[in-house]
Design a protein around this ligand. Structure first.
Ligand code: S3P
Length: 180
């Protein structure tokens, strides 16, 4: 059964955490970030987890973080950009509630993430090309996982937040009417 949470998915730099915080404060809901749950559990940062334990381990931790949120309500959950690469995560997110894809174009993403060294997958010789490759792999996954998507390059932050809240409320209302 799907609950009343909003789950934000999208590529690194798409603004999931900042939008999530604003949505949560507007609704009076709790804000949760799966990366932060993992960091808190391990007491080290994401680059250190990737370095010491590897990406597969990190992906398992992401699934555990999503599983730990099951059964909760009224949370806005920001996820890591790679969460959709595991099909089981998509089911876990659907069980949590309304899944929203924050879309952003390659150029905008590159601008937003290029000065940040906190993302191990982008520490490559050619981050621009890496972004392009990962986007090509992941955009179809975001598309099929999401119940609603919004382009963050086209609208103001306020418009994005309001539109997500409106669509989520319509979705939860329909769920309540259907008794599901
Ligand atoms: C990742 C995105 C990051 C973080 C990790 C891996 C990815 O989160 O989970 O560095 O695979 O796209 P953000 O999307 O919040 O940057």
């Amino acid at each position: 059964m799907s609950r009343e949470n909003i789950v934000l998915i999208g590529f690194m730099g798409s603004g999931k955490s900042s939008a999530g915080r604003l949505i949560a404060s507007k609704l009076g809901w709790q804000f949760v970030d799966t990366d932060s749950l993992i960091i808190k559990k391990h007491g080290i940062g994401i680059p250190e987890i990737f370095n010491q334990k590897g990406e597969t381990y990190f992906r398992e931790e992401e699934s555990l973080a999503l599983a730990s949120l099951q059964g909760g309500d009224r949370c806005v959950i920001a996820t890591g950009g790679g969460i959709v690469t595991r099909p089981e995560n998509v089911s876990l997110m659907r069980d949590l509630g309304f899944v929203v894809w924050l879309k952003a174009g390659e150029e905008v993403i590159f601008e937003r993430v290029s000065r940040n060294t906190n993302r191990p997958l982008l520490q490559t010789g050619n981050p621009r090309e890496t972004i392009s490759l990962l986007l090509a792999q992941r955009n179809p996954l975001y598309l099929s996982a999401a119940q609603y998507s919004i382009d963050t390059s086209d609208s103001s932050r306020g418009e994005i937040i309001d539109s997500i809240i409106e669509k989520a409320q319509e979705y939860f209302e329909a769920m309540r009417r259907n008794g599901s």
